[in-house]
Design a protein around this ligand. Structure first.
Ligand code: FAD
Ligand code: SIN
Length: 522
């Protein structure tokens, strides 16, 4: 039997939790469906911190300016202004709700990260900021009696009726069977898609399901080609790539090649604190030049006590691999980290499909443009999670929960057999092609070949999850092929310049040719 609720939130990272709290404080019944245990998300693993204007020498204008520079001409200024001005309010609220940021003598400690003109990064337990967000937001959500959080509930497709999103199909963790749930609106907060790539800092839940679900349901997707690669993921044989936060370079960490030479000066005068895309490409160039598969992060200028206190999680994880961060050179290489593109939304989380809202990494709000400024995404999840929740509550007051028995229609996915898993073979093949042909350096030939391979994979008899995954890969590759320039996180070796003609957002919609838009919202 189908279920009914007022609002469905998919995902329990910062965006999903914040949206749920907003909806519940408006008195609504909120069902949160999340794929794994409640805490499992990109949010949980965020290390460096959250950027926010709180210190006396900082202003919203400065934070906005840094964000616009990182976004390489594609940020939506109104979206950035909303982020940096409302961000301060929402962080203060988070502190009121019990989030413990690191302090010294009662004063909040502000860290430095690349491309920020001020020290404005709040962090928690040194390098476990995201886990502290999740802890405090789950505790706050538990106070709201109308929030029903269902873990291990993988959603696979949206239900669309008369052009409006009215519900979700998910795998009921108790019945172990596909089930439908109906609501006035759905808020998609499923995070990013780092798992599309062979090497990633993202946990296994980050397969971009929400983007694919929204696409199949008819929503517009924007700027899918912009993927951020983090320069410094620990690169050890047979171990998952573990992030070594940018804050380590903010504290003076140096990048060295296999000869022990500090090499960033060869590529950019800002050295280790150049923007992420530049540091990532510089590392690739240096690895090619020296014939190696990694470079080294050197933190040995600091004493062990300082590092143990400032980066306790990293100290512990590296130690478990036999590395002492105060004494050893740490092998690192770039890995996929963040998706700037996603479901196109307005400044209130409304997608182009009525009834479907979205917030967090799954979206393209125009906040990040072609490249995200470090530590802006936890802030985005808070601000736009709250805004999407508020807008859904306000718009939803005009609707009844639709009757669950009437026939529903969801383009393309409705006719598919509900599959339960993402096939390991499909995942492996897509990840390798994405890494080799749709990665840090791209060109026409590689992208065309990647798209052919994805078409071939998609022509097989796939489960819904596998189809979602390969479709998403196609969207990234198609966007990358369309964008004949280099900008922000997107680098084409055959079009190395940034072109005014491409100061546009790519827009993809099911059944339509790729098109472009001057602005994300409006
Ligand atoms: P997520 O936190 O990823 O949450 C997505 C949720 O959706 C999860 O609960 C997931 O299980 C669920 N989900 C996914 N698919 C489905 C499905 N099919 N059905 C049901 N549920 C589903 N950003 C910063 O600002 N500062 C940092 O210091 C920082 N460090 C980072 C470090 C690492 C290692 C990583 C990976 C990212 C980091 N980021 C950082 C980025 C930031 O963490 C994320 O962009 C942000 O947390 C995304 O929040 P979200 O709520 O949109 O998505
Ligand atoms: C990091 O700590 O280096 C990641 C910060 C981010 O992705 O914003």
């Amino acid at each position: 039997m189908a279920l009914e609720t007022d609002f469905i939130v998919i995902g329990s990272g910062v965006a999903g939790l914040r949206a749920s709290i907003e909806l519940a404080t408006n008195g609504a019944r909120v069902t949160v469906l999340t794929k794994d245990k409640a805490s499992e998300s990109n949010t949980e693993y965020a290390q460096g911190g959250v950027a926010v204007v709180l210190s006396e020498d900082d202003t919203a204008d400065l934070h906005e300016g840094d964000t616009l520079v990182a976004g390489a001409g594609l940020c939506d200024e109104q979206a950035v202004e909303t982020l940096v001005t409302e961000g301060t309010k929402y962080i203060k609220q988070l502190i009121d709700w019990g989030t413990e940021f690191d302090r010294e003598g009662g004063e909040l400690l502000m860290g430095q990260e690349a491309a920020h003109s001020r020290r404005r990064i709040l962090h928690a337990h040194g390098d476990s900021t995201g886990a502290e967000f999740v802890r405090s937001l789950i505790a706050r959500a538990r106070i709201e009696k109308t929030i029903n959080l269902t873990p291990f509930a993988n959603t696979e497709s949206l239900i669309v009726r008369d052009g409006r999103c009215v519900g979700v199909r998910f795998l009921d963790p108790v019945l172990r069977a596909p089930r439908e749930i109906y609501a006035k609106a759905v808020i998609m907060c499923t995070g990013g898609a780092g798992q599309l790539y062979l090497h990633t800092t993202n946990p296994s839940v980050a397969t971009g399901d929400g983007m694919a679900m929204a696409y199949f349901a008819g929503a517009e997707m924007a700027d899918m080609e912009f993927v951020q690669f983090h320069p410094t993921a620990l690169n050890l044989e047979n171990a998952p790539r573990f992030l070594l936060t940018e804050a380590m370079r903010g504290e003076g960490g140096q990048l060295k090649n296999k000869y022990g030479e500090r090499f960033m000066g060869r590529y950019d005068e800002r050295l280790e604190l150049a923007p992420r895309d530049i540091v990532s490409r510089s590392i690739v160039a240096e690895m090619r030049r020296t014939g190696t598969r990694s470079v080294y992060l050197d933190m040995t200028a600091h004493d062990e006590d300082f590092l143990k206190h400032r980066f306790p999680k990293i100290y512990e994880v590296c130690n478990s691999y036999g590395l002492n961060i105060a004494k050893d050179q740490l092998p690192v290489s770039p890995a996929s980290h963040y998706c700037m593109g996603g479901i196109r939304t307005d400044l209130h989380g409304r997608s182009t499909l009525p009834g479907l809202y979205a917030a967090g990494e799954v979206t393209c709000t125009g906040v990040h443009g072609a490249n995200r400024l470090a530590s802006n995404s936890l802030l985005e999840g808070l601000v736009f999670g709250a805004r999407a929740g508020a807008a859904a509550a306000e718009d939803g007051s005009k609707f009844q929960v639709p009757c669950s028995k009437a026939e529903a229609e969801s383009p393309e996915t409705w006719k598919m057999e509900p599959g339960t898993t993402l096939s390991t073979a499909v995942k492996k093949r897509v990840k390798r092609v994405m890494w080799e042909r749709v990665g840090i350096l791209r060109d026409k030939d590689g992208l065309v070949r990647a798209l052919k391979e994805f078409d071939q994979i998609a022509s097989g008899n796939l489960s819904t999850s596998s189809r979602n995954f390969v479709t998403l890969a196609k969207l990234v590759a198609a966007g990358a092929l369309w964008r004949e320039e280099s900008r922000g996180g997107h680098y084409r070796t055959d079009f190395t310049q940034t072109e005014d003609a491409f100061k546009l957002h790519s827009v993809q919609r099911s059944g339509k040719e790729i098109s472009s838009a001057l602005k994300i919202s409006g």
